[in-house]
Write a protein that binds this ligand. Structure first.
Ligand SMILES: Nc1ncnc2c1ncn2[C@@H]1O[C@H](COP(=O)(O)OP(=O)(O)OP(=O)(O)O)[C@@H](O)[C@H]1O
Ligand SMILES: [Mg+2]
Length: 245
């Protein structure tokens, strides 16, 4: 059923939207200067698709991804995630909602250095108050899926760059989010490690139907994505969309 997810992505039925941003603005004030980073970003993501976001360094890709994942608030504009208007929620409801709906892979993966690989993956569910035994089982399963189960006792500093990235992906998936936002997941990886990581992402989409929005400089990943959006001059421009399967 290779075509299934792609068909969903290509037809882009409005009913299948899982994430949308409308006229999103974001500026940073630096003393008397105002840096206008996002200047009216519109973006729609269909459930089950893999969308790549590309653009020059400093153009605002991480800023946008943080806003899409409700980690940061825009100055103006709307973000709807899984049909909820996220920035109309209070902070507590938003945190709960985000924990269930979104998995985030950070650009500098923010792993906890004092904890083992297994503990790092378990952490989001432990924080959500789930029983440790169940968390451990699910974390092991994910480590197996990203081929790290033999490294479960290693701390992040004892893992290779590629292994750390895969660990960050496993952690983002623990709460079975419907959408995963990943910021340069294969940045700084050699080709083989990058491709291994991409293979895992495509596998997750196939087996779990998860939606991925991936900021990337990696041309091979962008080529393989269902759709590519380029961020330029504060706006999102549609680049390419695949037809057929
Ligand atoms: N908290 C902040 N305060 C002030 N300026 C910021 C802040 N965060 C980001 N910026 C600025 O906003 C711009 C966009 O940053 P962002 O991190 O979104 O870029 P990016 O497209 O992800 O770049 P890269 O490809 O290098 O990761 C940059 O010029 C950056 O300096
Ligand atoms: Mg960035």
């Amino acid at each position: 059923m290779v075509g299934f997810e792609r068909m969903k992505a290509v037809t882009a039925e409005k009913s299948g939207l899982i994430l949308s941003a409308a006229d999103v603005h974001k500026s940073f004030s630096m003393g008397r200067n105002v840096l206008r980073v996002l200047r009216g970003v519109d973006l729609e993501v269909v459930e089950g698709e893999i969308l790549a976001i590309v653009g020059a360094s400093g153009v605002g890709k991480s800023t946008l991804l943080h806003i899409l994942g409700a980690l940061d608030r825009p100055d103006a504009g709307r973000v709807r995630l899984d049909s909820a208007d996220v920035f109309e929620m209070d902070d507590e409801s938003l945190a709960r909602f985000r924990n269930r709906t979104v998995g985030f892979v950070f650009q500098f993966h923010h792993l906890l250095p004092e904890f083992t690989a297994l503990e790092n993956v378990m952490m989001p569910a432990l924080i959500a108050g789930e029983p440790a035994v169940r968390c451990r089982e699910r974390a092991r399963e994910l480590l197996r899926e990203v081929r790290l189960v033999e490294r479960e006792e290693h701390k992040p500093g004892e893992l290779s760059g590629g292994e750390q990235q895969r660990l960050a992906v496993a952690r983002a998936l623990l709460n079975e989010p419907r959408i995963v936002l990943a910021d340069e997941p294969s940045g700084n990886l050699d080709r083989v490690s990058g491709e291994e990581l991409h293979a895992r992402i495509w596998e997750f989409r196939k087996t779990r139907g998860q939606t991925f929005v991936i900021v990337t400089h990696n041309e091979r990943l962008a080529e393989a994505a269902d759709r590519v959006v380029k961020l330029e001059d504060g706006k999102a421009h549609q680049m390419g969309q695949k037809g057929g399967s």
